[in-house]
Ligand binder design. Structure first.
Ligand code: FES
Ligand SMILES: [Fe+2]
Length: 323
């Protein structure tokens, strides 16, 4: 059953492009639904419901042959459009025209090195990430990281600057600099803008001490956010998007863009540590689904950003992964 939710008509990352090799089938999960991915002979990726229209077998156990995906149960083949193209039990028969003989197909786009799928009718494009085409940035990709918690909890953790001095004390943050400045939050039709949040952060070049500068967050979609911080010579953008696989499970993907140099290996290791610290904090939260009822948890004045996020999700009608 596909959830009937605002998120159904939105785009979600389900895999990195490089993980979907020609000739291979990838099984992924999105909004409680099993999805299969494969590439046709033009190298175009397609996303289908993981269910053969004949007797409901999992197509993920099949194989790619002659530009079609073959179901392993009775060998029916389905072309790139999801139409049945061959029935081994009736090899002479023309391909059936009935829509019942078709696999359910989904919208798919490859963007920013990732595969985005929409299970419903897309109402927007894939979120914008302008730094992607800017050659002045060094790019670092952090492929889907599992959180045994809801996607909204994982997204909220990313925009919650108050946790940085504690969850990341000694790595990214410093508990001696825990005081949060007053910052502005603005909701527009393009999402939520969190302006000028001050937070101490370690020096990512791993050479100097950290400093307190201002960060700006733009929550573009319910589960996608861009963080921009630093000054002209040291700009950093993080493009962070979370895949809601199930109500209480998600994967987070991030692209980090820096217009300055950092020691690659050290920076990657450092970031993986930060991510693990976040995963542990988020997985400890109860309930796993994000409470949209503002009475359910206690809020601080500096929680303005996360409170706005909860209200916004409620207004949009996001129910998957919330309570
Ligand atoms: S269930 Fe797929 S071919 Fe029969
Ligand atoms: Fe964090």
């Amino acid at each position: 059953m596909v959830c009937n939710d605002f998120l159904k008509n939105d785009w979600h990352v389900v895999a990195s492009s490089q993980d979907l090799l020609p000739g291979k089938i990838l099984k992924v999960r999105l909004l409680g639904q099993d999805v299969v991915l494969w590439r046709n002979s033009n190298n175009e990726a397609v996303a289908w419901e993981d269910r053969c229209p004949h007797r409901g077998a999992s197509l993920a156990r099949g194989w790619v042959e002659n530009d079609a995906l073959v179901c392993p149960y009775h060998g029916l083949a389905f072309n790139g459009e999801g139409k049945c193209s061959h029935i081994p039990a009736h090899p002479e028969a023309a391909p059936p025209r009935k829509s019942k003989a078709c696999v359910t197909t989904y919208n798919l786009q490859e963007r920013y090195g990732m595969i985005w799928v929409c299970l419903g009718t897309p109402e927007h494009d894939v979120p914008e990430f302008p730094e992607w085409d800017d050659p002045n940035y060094n790019k670092f990709f952090f492929s889907g990281v599992l959180y045994r918690s809801s996607a909204p909890r994982a997204l909220e953790n990313f925009i919650d600057v108050n946790h940085v001095p504690f969850v990341h004390d000694g790595t990214l943050g410093n508990s001696e600099y825990a005081k949060t400045n007053s910052y502005q939050v603005e909701v527009t039709e393009k999402g939520i803008h969190i302006h000028e949040v001050g937070a101490w952060q370690a020096d990512l070049t791993m050479q100097g001490d950290g400093n307190t500068d201002r960060a700006n967050f733009h929550i573009l979609r319910p589960l996608t956010v861009a963080l921009r911080r630093g000054s002209e010579n040291e700009l950093m953008t993080i493009f962070f998007t979370v895949t809601p696989t199930d109500e209480e499970e998600c994967y987070a993907w991030r692209w980090m863009f820096l217009n300055y140099n950092v020691p690659e290996q050290e920076f990657n290791n450092f970031t993986h540590r930060i991510i693990q610290q976040d995963v542990e904090a988020v997985e400890s939260q109860k309930p796993k689904r994000l409470p949209l009822d503002l009475q359910a948890e206690y809020h601080l004045p500096s929680d303005r950003a996360t409170v706005t996020y909860r209200k916004w999700l409620k207004n949009l009608g996001v129910t998957f992964g919330t309570v």
